[in-house]
Design a protein around this ligand. Structure first.
Ligand code: AMP
Ligand code: GLY
Length: 432
């Protein structure tokens, strides 16, 4: 199979790495890519929002399968256009991608399908917001409905804080237009987990779970980031929990999407909170997670191309999807200053050193330096690398990941020292 992957992060490098091991692969391209994917595939210089040129690339490479990493091209209808051209695609249609692109769509769908989620209200004026707060005196989460660069989520312990948060959004307009509509949500407590199901519109694979860390600093302090680390699979992840999530969340969503005439194909990513009252959905995404993919691709024990093609073609019931009984830990190395201002263009050393057994390095913001593929790569983004270690226990996986990380350096590199440590497993986002 000739395969084209779209995207340029650690997620796409991990996909390319796993797909490269498939006996079904004949040729691989990555649209976007980085210095890491350049060692496995031919990189094409096309941005992932540039649908027109992505389509041309899919036709010119005569791809047998296009695998879409990020959500933007999916929301823009890239999968629909590929299907119109008869090119199999791993990723949902634009209508199905609404599950991530529109909070309102996802909430309506959950209500229709009786999928457990926090109690919520969407309000566009302050009087209604205050009325809801009066009726719900407990802790609340106040969210600016529009895109607010990850900053529009305010956790409120009581009504007073909730009223202040509403004022911040609606009167002070701290998030601009994004705060004109506000979502008020029940404040859920419990471990947070990312759960992934591969779907073909009707059937779904066995589930796989991972936890990620969004805060910059150890102990879950500092600003939110694109992700500072991840591990799979968490020790609270049992067959019983997987079955409960499949029956109460994943299958009802798949059925409801099909009933709405937008069957869901690709990977369905549920961001869940495991509350005392059972798992509840915080959000859905229409793609794989980053940095979760970097720790779940090494767990995939089935052929990745057979799996993804079956999702595209609606034949997933013929494929058995297996996940290895192992542990993987991924640590993200970021540029100094990230997620605010940072410099790039620094040489990365240590990538050619042989690492511990079962360790690997996935690139994100990197590019080839002046020496091309034989020279040192350069930093080219905020999140630079995900360093991954595997083992029979979480501890051995973590040791290998950190040992590999110690061999690598670039100017200003920073990372968390507590990824998957026992103290914060399953509570990755909690602290302030
Ligand atoms: P979001 O931008 O909606 O994905 O939220 C960002 C983070 O805020 C999530 O990963 C959770 O850690 C937290 N969060 C969001 N909604 C809630 C909620 N209803 N209860 C508790 N925590 C929440
Ligand atoms: N790991 C969070 C995300 O991919 O959205």
């Amino acid at each position: 199979m000739k395969v084209l992957i779209v995207g340029s992060g650690g997620r796409e490098h991990a996909l390319a790495w796993r797909i490269k091991q498939s006996p079904n692969l004949t040729q691989l391209w990555v649209a976007g890519g980085n210095a890491g994917t350049a060692t496995l595939a031919e990189n094409l210089d096309i941005r992932s929002s540039d649908i027109d040129n992505l389509l041309i690339a899919a036709v010119e490479t005569a791809a047998d399968l296009v695998i879409v990493g990020p959500e933007a091209p999916l929301a823009l209808g890239f999968a629909d256009q590929l299907i119109a051209l008869g090119i199999p695609v791993f990723g949902p249609s634009s209508a199905a991608a609404q599950i991530e692109a529109s909070k309102g769509f996802a909430l309506d769908l959950m209500k229709d399908a009786s999928v457990p989620c926090p109690d919520f209200a969407t309000v566009s004026d302050e009087a209604s917001a205050h009325a809801y707060i009066n009726d719900h005196p407990g802790p609340l989460v106040v969210k600016a409905d529009g895109l607010a660069a990850g900053k529009g989520v305010i956790m409120c312990d009581d009504s007073e804080q909730a009223r202040a948060a509403v004022n911040l959004c609606m009167s002070d307009r701290a998030f601009g237009d994004a705060g004109d509509t506000v979502v008020l949500e029940e404040y859920l407590r419990g471990p947070e987990v990312s759960v992934f199901a591969f779907c073909d519109g009707e059937h779904l694979s066995s589930l796989v779970a991972a936890c990620d860390y969004k805060r910059l600093e150890d102990g879950n302090h500092g600003p939110n980031t694109g992700g500072m680390g991840s591990y799979a699979q968490p020790d609270f992840w049992t067959d019983e929990l997987a079955t409960e999530i499949e029956l109460t969340i994943m299958k009802p969503v798949l059925r409801a999407m099909a009933e709405r005439g937008s069957p869901y194909k690709g990977v369905l990513y549920a961001g869940l909170m495991l509350t005392e009252g059972g798992p509840k959905v915080l959000e859905f995404n229409c793609r794989l997670g980053d940095p979760e993919t970097q720790v779940i691709m090494p767990l995939l024990a089935s052929d990745p191309l057979e799996l993804m093609l079956a999702c595209a073609e609606g034949t997933l019931d013929n494929v058995s999807v297996r996940w290895a009984m192992k542990n993987y830990v991924g640590i993200v190395m970021v540029s100094g200053g990230y997620p605010d201002k940072y410099e790039t263009g620094f040489e990365i050393t240590g990538l050619d050193v042989e690492g511990p057994e079962d360790s690997m390095v996935f690139h994100a913001g990197t590019k080839l330096g002046s020496g091309g593929s034989s020279g040192l790569p350069l930093t080219a983004g905020g999140r630079v690398l995900t360093v991954v270690g595997g083992g029979d226990t979480m501890e051995s996986a973590r040791d290998r990941a950190y040992s590999r990380l110690e061999q690598i350096s670039f100017k200003g590199a920073q990372w968390r020292r507590d990824i998957s440590s026992a103290a914060n497993q399953g509570a990755a986002q909690a602290a302030g």
